[in-house]
Write a protein that binds this ligand. Structure first.
Ligand SMILES: [Zn+2]
Length: 155
């Protein structure tokens, strides 16, 4: 799906098309090349989706739609590297091995049972662990590194 198709689907007011476009944006949330061109049309997307209602608010289609809107607004604010979207609460579908295959991150090591990964754009490190229960989920945490230049007890 390219950004033109995404825009057509997102402004179609057809719930099924909107679901698939949303699903694509959510699963490929670090694909700046696909998502960024949509930002110029964000006012139109907002206008055309006004009052749009999925029947069941807890159903996946409605959740993907809300997540896709969150992601578009995140890009629009332009405050942070999209790798921060891997931390998006309540969505545990980002398989770090898949994201590495897409070239967005690198798997650079291990911290006990977690994999250590690094964003290829901004260098932020994350630890990720995979949990296989009813379905497989991936849990991302930001790795905060200590500042190197602080000297304690300096006289
Ligand atoms: Zn990043």
């Amino acid at each position: 799906m390219d950004s033109k198709e995404l825009l057509e689907d997102l402004t179609s007011r057809n719930l099924e098309r909107i679901y698939w476009a949303s699903y694509f944006i959510v699963s490929d949330c670090n694909n700046m090349e696909e998502i960024q061109p949509l930002l110029q049309d964000l006012p139109e997307i907002r206008k055309k989706s006004r009052g749009l209602k999925f029947e069941d608010k807890t159903a996946p289609d409605s959740m993907y739609y809300r997540r896709a809107k969150y992601i578009l607004n995140f890009y629009n604010r332009g405050e942070a590297c999209p790798c921060a979207l891997y931390l998006y609460p309540k969505y545990l579908g980002y398989d770090h091995k898949m994201e590495a295959k897409k070239g967005f991150i690198n798997i650079i090591g291990k911290i006990s049972y977690k994999d250590l990964v690094q964003c290829n754009r901004c260098g932020q490190k994350y630890s990720v662990f995979e949990k296989a229960y009813h379905s497989t989920t991936w849990h991302w945490e930001k790795v905060i590194e200590p500042a190197r230049d602080i000297r304690l007890f300096e006289k």
